[in-house]
Design a protein around this ligand. Structure first.
Ligand code: HBI
Ligand code: FE
Length: 291
């Protein structure tokens, strides 16, 4: 068994049937009626937040996909996704090692966990389940520029493995793919899967005065620590997906060297060089500590 970058508890999925690339199969008949009910409950709760909080490409893809009635059958979505951006979905038992994850992304294959959380985990679970992966990540695969960025991220991931820079590059994934914000006319919207699939963090990331909201900068993000067990204390804001795709097209080796030569930036820090959209009050952190 391997431990993954962010958790070292025993992994939940059944890895016994997975191949060398950690691909497995989605046994659709195995989902219980109770799991179908839980899926509908999760979906209805989350889809109601999208008009106000989700970025336009997310809203458009969710409308196109329309998968609220039942747990999605990965094979049924395949043709729509292939036509849109040539991406394929690969069923996986859960978290997979970075190298395998990068290899799938580099081949325009997105790993989707096949199990669904338990009812008592409706508000929080440590590992990604099919609701996080499908509701959070799959809609973004329909955006051509984001889809190209994600494939490039996989290619850069393989290079980062060779350079021992995986944990630096993982910060980019965390602060964009998982918890990214984006400008939309005069407002800020969410596109990160981690908040779009989380009832409480969707509103928190866009509306709450507690966190910082800082203009995206690749080096700044790669220097910034993050927490996996709580809301983010800082979110980074893109102007558009082209900005993210362009940022990753450079040679990252000088960037990795600069990141290693400077101190790590705390997740709640605001620096003089930052383009600040919101200087957070930090109230959530104090409340959490008090709680
Ligand atoms: N595995 N199934 C799965 N899903 C992820 O999002 C994932 C992963 N393994 C590693 C990982 N993410 C992160 O460490 C990335 O930064 C690579
Ligand atoms: Fe994720």
């Amino acid at each position: 068994m391997f431990t993954v970058a962010t958790t070292d508890h025993a992994l939940r999925g059944d890895y016994s049937q997975a191949g060398a690339d950690f691909a497995t199969t989605q046994d659709y008949a195995a989902y219980t009626p109770a799991e179908q009910v839980l899926w509908r409950r999760l979906y209805q709760r989350q889809i109601a937040l999208m008009p106000r909080y989700a970025a336009a490409p997310v809203r458009e893809a969710l409308a196109e996909l329309d998968f609220g009635a039942a747990i999605p059958n990965l094979a049924q979505v395949a043709e729509k996704l292939r036509r849109a951006t040539g991406w394929r979905l690969v069923a996986v038992p859960g978290f997979i090692p970075d190298a395998a994850f990068f290899a799938h992304l580099a081949r325009r294959q997105f790993p989707v966990t096949v199990w669904l959380r338990r009812p008592e985990e409706i508000d929080y679970l440590v590992e990604p389940d099919i609701f996080h992966d499908f509701f959070g990540h799959v809609p973004l695969l329909f955006d051509p520029i984001f889809a190209n960025f994600l494939q490039l991220y996989g290619e850069k991931g393989a290079e980062a493995e060779r350079l021992g820079a995986t944990s630096i590059l993982a910060r980019l994934y965390w602060y964009t793919v998982e918890f990214g914000l984006i400008r939309e006319a005069e407002s800020i919207k969410a596109y990160g899967a981690g908040m779009l699939s989380s009832f409480a963090e969707t509103a928190f990331s866009v509306d709450d005065p507690s966190p910082n909201r800082i203009g995206f900068d690749l080096e700044r993000v790669m220097r910034t620590a993050y927490r996996i067990d709580d809301f983010q204390q800082s979110y980074f804001v893109l102007e558009n997906f082209q900005e993210l795709f362009r940022a990753l097209q450079q040679d990252l080796r000088p960037l990795y060297a600069r990141v290693r030569a400077q101190p790590e930036i705390a997740s709640d820090a605001v620096l003089p060089i930052d383009r600040v959209f919101t200087r957070g009050t930090g109230a959530w952190k104090r409340r959490r500590r008090a709680g």
